[in-house]
Design a protein around this ligand. Sequence first.
Ligand code: NDP
Length: 396
Amino acid sequence: MIYWLKKGLSRRTLLHKAGFGLITLGAASAIDTIFEPGLTLAQTGPAPSKEPPMPPAKKLGWAVVGLGKFATEQIIPSFGECKRSKLVALVSGERAKAERYASQYGVNPKNIYNYQNYDSIRNNPEVDVIYIILPNGLHADYTIRGLQALKHVMCEKPMANTVAECQAMIDAAKKRDRKLMIAYRAQYEPYNLAAIELSRSGKLGKLKSITSDHGRNLDPKDPADRWRMDKKLAGGGSLYDIGIYALQATRYITGEEPAEISAMLYSTPGDPRFREIEENVHFMLRFPSGVLANCTSSYGYSDTKRLQVFGADAVLELDPATDYYRHRLMIKRKSGSEEMNIPEQNQFALEMDHLSQSIMDNKQPKTPGEEGLQDVRLMNLIYEAARTGRTIKVNG
Ligand code: NDP
């Protein structure tokens, strides 16, 4: 459900108009709501599902591969909010850590695997789906082995280091008639879905331009950032890790593929973090409809995850756009700014349940391997455009 703060009446809107910026209002502000004329619930975003969870015996069993930061802090806890998916197995190089999480989340210790006996997961009928949450350079190998074990696979972004690896993953899924989905969580997250709907339905007027910026400071002290400095494990730098969110956003907002790409790349000389991978990438895309996108990614600027869509009638601002739990969506018109208030939902549970549902219905998931391959292909063209200084025609 989407609430619009009442135009001209809400404290927040008035403060915005008066130039005071944002203040935090309590839940009571949600009652101050109307729907923008012409907007309907169905048009603007998903209401939280009232559907009850499936009984545990009917849920699909998932194995998580790699018990790092993202897996343990976001994904594993989110199974508790899944309606069609349950955690049944863990794969880790550290037995003691896996046992700790197994006991915390009720996973049978017999379902703990390591990287040596991973392939024997084929013999475990409790496991339907394997979720690869390893460093990027390992995605292809573990995805293909998971598919060879006749399991369905969800693989984290970016799909793999090269186009050839992505294609091999897609081929492996087809050969075994298994589903392969790339974990593009933003495409299951309600604020991003609302942004897509508002942009594509003409509510902003004809789209002219998109900007998106994704950056953070890479921290060599954080174990999760160490492999990100290693080209073989990371595949690339800020573009591969977080610029991919900006690239994705331009594609899902327009519903188009870019026709032309130009780019520039810069890394601070002498900074040991950037011996193998790049710090900053700026790239521009032209879409067939005429929309121009201007995106940045950085491993050197302060935390940023934002998206702006400029239409002839209104500007949509999502900032943060791709956070885990907090999003903020503003629509700015000449007459003033309004904030949309959408109930947050657990995007990780939504995306995992999407794959479980796709398997149950034998349907292609919304973000299949081909979607991941396209981003890897485009990111490689962005690097090429930066290296050559040329504007690249995507299908030329
Ligand atoms: P971490 O380093 O925290 O986790 C990676 C885990 O992989 C390690 O903890 C380890 O688990 C296992 N591993 C196996 N081999 C290696 C190796 N050679 N070097 C390092 N780790 C290894 O990274 P993240 O959790 O941040 O990222 C993992 C993946 O998830 C990446 O592909 C990343 O892009 C993606 N990601 C996606 C996000 C999203 O929002 N969709 C957010 C963050 C990350 P163990 O000790 O159990 O073997």
